[in-house]
Design a binder for this molecule. Structure first.
Ligand SMILES: NC(=O)c1ccc[n+]([C@@H]2O[C@H](COP(=O)([O-])OP(=O)(O)OC[C@H]3O[C@@H](n4cnc5c(N)ncnc54)[C@H](O)[C@@H]3O)[C@@H](O)[C@H]2O)c1
Length: 339
């Protein structure tokens, strides 16, 4: 289902972190759907530290600044907002090294956005529009070591400050929903592939390079053993799920409003086999395994995952590894390509 067609009127959409990896793909999909008439937008507002380029045909309000500053966030709510996609964050490795930065952005920044939603509702004597608030959380809330299976009953126990602040923000999303300040949903995303090569704070960035490097003849060092298992989804799949979250009925959501998204579970050996099937046997020689116990503990001991609540609410994974590889490395298809 395309949520934009299900909306009763064209929404004013706010995307935080719009200049980031997932944010750019989400904004591109929103603009594509608008241009095609399949998902009209009344207005698009973005917040990021750097400017987001203007878009033809859509009233764009690009707010440049930090969500850690409540005044910056308030500027984004100058017009009533219908959907908030909250993607802005300090990545895990950076948040672990710089506690205050992670706290100010990942926790306080999220609170500023939720408070701005509540202030919007409070305007007009409490009759202001209640925004659907889609928060990009993370499977990092589960921490490590993980139980033999992760499912909807698994208790979160973050192993990094990033996951802790995401979990605290999930609780805030549920609390503001209970108080009527927003209609919130937290999506726990697994690793999204394939991030463009750039020096970022994501410690899992090597997975993206594994998808791209060997196919281009580059040698890639895999800091996990062939047996290490991980969870992942393609960028288009992540965007499909974010957009679905904008319109999924509240009746399908748990009371705590947090859903672990379906994701594929595979070993590094299975990933290399899938790369060989896609690009030929030469890619095998381009991968050198050099397991790092710290990296493997964080990303390589992920057990099978069952996500019945998210599946029942209409969220999906990529279906199979071949599809994930194709969708992760091809240009974003028009209006999605849900398997
Ligand atoms: N990519 C993944 O594999 C993955 C996995 C799980 C969860 N997530 C979550 O999904 C969201 C998007 O991930 P991503 O990979 O696009 O991240 P990203 O790091 O590529 O992008 C984040 C964006 O947020 C912006 N930002 C950072 N601090 C900010 C601030 N103070 N104010 C305003 N903007 C700020 C950055 O400039 C960047 O453009 C994040 O919240 C992340 O925690 C991502």
């Amino acid at each position: 289902m395309n949520p934009a067609t299900a909306a009763p009127r064209a929404p004013h959409v706010l995307v935080t972190g719009a200049a980031g990896f997932v944010g750019r793909a989400l904004v591109a999909r929103l603009l594509q759907a608008h241009a095609r008439g399949t998902g009209p937008l009344a207005r698009l507002t973005t917040i990021d530290l750097s400017a987001v380029p203007a878009a033809a045909g859509v009233p764009l309000h690009a707010v440049e600044g930090s969500i850690a500053d409540a005044a910056v966030v308030q500027r984004a709510f100058a017009e009533p907002v219908d959907w908030v996609f909250h993607l802005a964050s300090v990545p895990g490795g950076t948040a672990e090294q710089h506690y205050e930065l992670g706290r100010d952005v990942n926790l306080h920044g999220t609170l500023h956005l939720l408070e701005a939603c509540a202030a919007q509702v409070a305007r007009a004597g409490g009759g202001g529009p209640v925004p659907r608030f889609v928060f990009a959380s993370t499977v990092g809330v589960f921490g490590a070591p993980l139980p033999p299976v992760v499912d909807d009953d698994t208790s979160p126990c973050p192993a990094m400050t990033y996951g802790t602040h995401k979990l605290m923000a999930e609780a805030a999303v549920a609390d503001f929903t209970r108080r009527g300040g927003c209609d919130g949903i937290s999506l726990r995303l697994a690793g999204v592939l394939a991030r463009p090569p750039a020096p970022t704070g994501q410690r899992s960035a090597f997975l993206s390079e594994l998808l791209r490097g060997p196919a281009a003849g580059r040698e890639v060092v895999c800091p996990m053993s062939p047996e290490a298992t991980t969870w992942a989804s393609s960028t288009p799949n992540a965007v499909d799920n974010l957009l679905h979250a904008a319109s999924v009925p509240a009746a399908l959501l748990p009371r705590h409003r947090a859903l672990t998204l379906p994701a594929l579970h595979f070993s590094m050996a299975e990933l290399i086999d899938a790369l060989v099937a896609r690009h030929g046997s030469a890619v095998r020689a381009c991968v050198r395994f050099a397991p790092d116990p710290v990296v493997e503990a964080l990303f390589g001991r992920q057990p099978p995952m069952h996500t019945p609540a998210a599946l029942a609410a209409g969220f999906c994974d990529d279906g199979d590894l071949a599809t994930l590889l194709r969708r992760a490395t091809e240009a974003e298809p028009p209006d999605g390509d849900t398997p």
